[in-house]
Design a protein around this ligand. Structure first.
Ligand SMILES: [Zn+2]
Length: 63
């Protein structure tokens, strides 16, 4: 079964590719992340997208 799920980076509905806790990163964005230099302007956007996933899915800790 092919799941169609929103890519958390580019916000397009796309085939499930890289699922992190039920959040998807499409193949295109995944390739961009892999290929980009860390000083590329898109890198920050992609990195923020991934950070959002991680933040949303982290258990709340602290007081
Ligand atoms: Zn995408």
């Amino acid at each position: 079964m092919i799941r169609i799920i929103e890519c958390c980076v580019c916000k397009r509905m796309t085939r499930a590719n890289l699922l992190l806790w039920d959040t998807n990163i499409c193949l295109e964005c995944e390739q961009k992340i892999i290929d980009l230099d860390s000083d590329h302007e898109d890198y920050l956007v992609l990195k923020e997208g991934i950070k959002r996933i991680l933040r949303y899915n982290q258990p709340v800790s602290g007081p």
